[in-house]
Design a protein around this ligand. Structure first.
Ligand code: DO4
Ligand code: MG
Length: 292
């Protein structure tokens, strides 16, 4: 895994962290420079990073004890939607006021060849581990959306996997689908991290275990689990639609849709904490800030 963190002297450091907890600082300042260095040596990113790790003493460290930053300053974050049955059900509930008896455009997009893909965030709106995600002031029904996120190269190659939180307003989206950008995009409405799991180190991306837990006043109030084997679409299929007639900036992040939705009566409140854990990647933990 590749991580970025702040040292006690406040310098940002890029490092590799093995599954055994060996932490080795890398000489590059950002993940894409590591990718380019590996390419210039004719090696895969995993081969390059492994060689650096093996030839360095490093030290033992755990993610939780580091002052983590976003693992990449993604120029753009995009998101796919209605890629899991769970999301289709939740969207139908919002759109029909709970009646659920009519076929909706969410049913159609779930089955259509073209997936739903929308623009989610810019680097300035995206927060990292431990930083606050923020609530909107004009929504009464807000939830986190835990999602596997892809870190892409400019040609759409999947370089690695991270965790994304696609903060969403269910009431705004349910009122009118044309309000989607407002239901999805506002200050601090997107979080990514804590690490980038190198793509070559993942045998099967359709077997990531995902868990989401929400805490209020120190107690867990929501818990959900899922697995990427429930994903309706292939990851390359989502990337190919994102690339179509589009320019992909190096380091773009694509969130692949939510598979866990809190109970319909639940809404986030300021002071909550959202933890999203994905096997092999880590835990993305963010406090929830009240609306300004
Ligand atoms: O329009 C619906 C958005 C769906 C979404 O963000 C998701 O399924 O994750
Ligand atoms: Mg989503």
């Amino acid at each position: 895994r590749i991580i970025r963190y702040r040292t006690s002297a406040s310098a940002a450091v890029l490092a590799a962290l093995t599954d055994e907890g060996k932490l080795v600082e890398l000489q590059q300042a950002d993940f894409l420079s590591v990718v380019r260095q590996a390419q210039s040596e004719g090696r895969t990113v995993l081969q390059y990073v492994q060689s650096v790790v093996e030839s360095s003493e490093g030290r033992q460290a755990a993610l939780e004890e580091l002052d983590l930053l976003t693992p990449i300053e993604a120029p753009e974050v995009w998101a796919a939607g209605v890629t899991y049955e769970k999301s289709r059900e939740a969207r139908n509930y919002e759109a029909t006021g709970g009646k659920m008896d009519a076929s909706t455009f969410y049913d159609k997009v779930y089955d259509a060849e073209r997936p739903e893909i929308f623009f989610k965030s810019t680097a300035a709106r995206t927060v990292g581990p431990g930083q606050g995600v923020q609530l909107r002031s004009d929504s009464q029904w807000q939830i986190p959306e835990p999602e596997l996120a892809l870190v892409l190269d400019g040609d759409g190659t999947i370089l690695g996997y991270t965790i994304g939180n696609d903060m969403s307003c269910r009431d705004i989206e349910g009122e009118n689908p044309l309000y989607l950008p407002q239901a999805k995009m506002w200050r601090r409405s997107c979080s990514i991290g804590p690490a980038i799991r190198l793509a070559e180190s993942v045998d099967n991306p359709y077997d990531f275990q995902i868990a989401c837990r929400i805490f209020r006043d120190g107690a867990q109030v929501v818990e959900g689990t899922a697995n990427t084997k429930q994903l309706k679409r292939k990851l390359d299929e989502l990337v190919s639609f994102l690339k179509r007639d589009n320019e992909l900036f190096e380091g773009t992040v694509l969130m692949t849709g939510t598979c866990i939705v809190p109970p319909n009566e639940f809404t986030l409140a300021g002071g909550d904490r959202v933890d999203i854990e994905i096997s092999g990647i880590g835990k993305l933990s963010n406090p929830v800030l009240a609306a300004e």
